[in-house]
Design a protein around this ligand. Structure first.
Ligand SMILES: [Zn+2]
Ligand SMILES: [Zn+2]
Length: 199
């Protein structure tokens, strides 16, 4: 990357509108260690890892800073059944608050408890309100961007709902080929095979 801190904005430059690009090598690094990424066996700087573009309005108000805008991108993970690459789209509206670490840590003590189902609160539902730490001088957007990719990965990604997966015996892709393997019988079940189960 050209700049050392590509996702930081100085508070003295606010308010501002910025566009940020997240290149494939960065996406690959952020998602390293994720089973559904590692399963692809892609190179470190995988050019197919994905990418992202953020368009953000950034502004400050006292000790807090805010970012709102959009994040669009895509990333590639392995299908959890057949491990072919699956491209996932990211299309998010962002609305994020940056606040001093001590305020985040002390949130529960300082603020009166808000009724969970009160609907006359702020116009932004609390679920949408992401909070990130802020040192008062620079806004670090890296954790926010990273989160977009990490949260975009489902627990078990699928190339298609109907994916038949790999044969557990011979490893053939059952979507494109077939084999004549028969599932091995659990020896404990085999012992029961001759038994009639009363219904
Ligand atoms: Zn699949
Ligand atoms: Zn097979």
């Amino acid at each position: 990357m050209a700049k050392a801190m590509p996702y930081q904005v100085l508070v003295r430059d606010l308010p501002t509108h910025r566009r940020f690009e997240v290149p494939p090598a960065q996406v690959a690094e952020w998602l390293k260690g994720l089973p559904m990424r590692d399963a692809l066996g892609a190179p470190e700087d995988d050019p197919e890892a994905g990418q992202g573009v953020a368009e953000l309005d950034l502004y400050a108000d006292g000790a807090h800073a805010f970012a709102s805008g959009t994040f669009h991108g895509e990333l590639t993970v392995a299908c959890s059944r057949c491990i072919i690459p699956v491209k996932l789209a990211i299309d998010e509206k962002l609305r994020v608050t940056f606040m001093p670490r001590h305020e985040i840590a002390g949130e529960d003590d300082d603020e009166p408890a808000r009724d969970a189902d009160a609907d006359d609160g702020p116009e932004v539902a609390e679920d949408d309100l992401d909070v990130f730490p802020f040192d008062g001088e620079r806004i670090d957007l890296e954790p926010l961007f990273r989160e977009q990719f990490v949260l975009a990965v489902p627990f078990a990604p699928l190339c298609a709902e109907t994916c038949k997966g790999l044969c557990p015996q011979c490893g053939i892709d059952r979507n494109t080929a077939s084999c004549s393997c028969t599932p091995p019988i659990d020896p404990r079940l085999a012992a029961l095979k001759g038994l009639k189960i009363p219904s």
